[in-house]
Write a protein that binds this ligand. Structure first.
Ligand SMILES: O=c1[nH]cnc2c1ncn2[C@H]1C[C@H](O)[C@@H](COP(=O)(O)OP(=O)(O)O)O1
Length: 157
């Protein structure tokens, strides 16, 4: 995922006008701007679509692209070295911690941060779809994250 200019976590991507380009071409263009490399995206990579709750005229389309660790490392390097949006719209790529540490560290802490639009739900659906974590582990991570958010909102600081 990435830290956005507004301080929220989200996925690389952006607005596409379907009368001007296909969704996949628009996503590839946005990826080039935000991660600095041309990542080919096809209709087979499409995962889900949903009407935005904050803006009913916006439909969010979510794609999953599996890649090797070497490809991921290349993207992480390019995101800093050549992405035109780096330091502007995008403040940095972040790997999602897919583990649990004592006292909520790892995935539960990550999930307790603030996310743009429905990107937190998109992350959870991707982890479920790719079977990277079990249903029980995801449920436990969400439970701990909610508990942390409640604790933080009680913090008077
Ligand atoms: O990761 C995301 N998941 C779901 N919706 C998202 C995500 N990132 C952005 N959005 C939504 C929020 C905004 O309403 C629009 C446009 O986002 P934005 O970052 O402003 O797009 P541009 O890069 O400026 O085109 O999408």
């Amino acid at each position: 995922m990435q830290m956005r200019f507004d301080g929220l976590l989200g996925f690389p991507g952006g607005l596409v006008n379907p009368s001007e380009e296909t969704l996949e071409a628009g996503l590839s263009r946005e990826l080039h701007e935000e991660v600095g490399v041309a990542v080919p995206v096809g209709v087979d990579d499409h995962m889900s679509s949903c009407v935005s709750s904050s803006c009913p005229r916006l439909i969010t389309h979510f794609y999953i692209k599996k890649m090797t660790e070497a490809e991921l490392k290349e993207i992480e390097r390019a995101a800093v070295a050549s992405a035109t949006d780096h330091g502007l719209e995008v403040l940095g790529m972040v790997r999602v911690p897919l583990y649990f540490l004592k006292k909520g560290g790892g995935l539960p802490y990550f999930l307790s941060h603030s996310f743009i639009s429905n990107s937190r739900a998109q992350l959870l659906s991707a982890l479920r779809h790719c079977r990277l974590l079990s249903q029980g582990e995801l449920k436990e991570a969400v439970r701990q994250a909610e508990q942390m958010r409640r604790t933080h909102s009680d913090d008077p600081r």
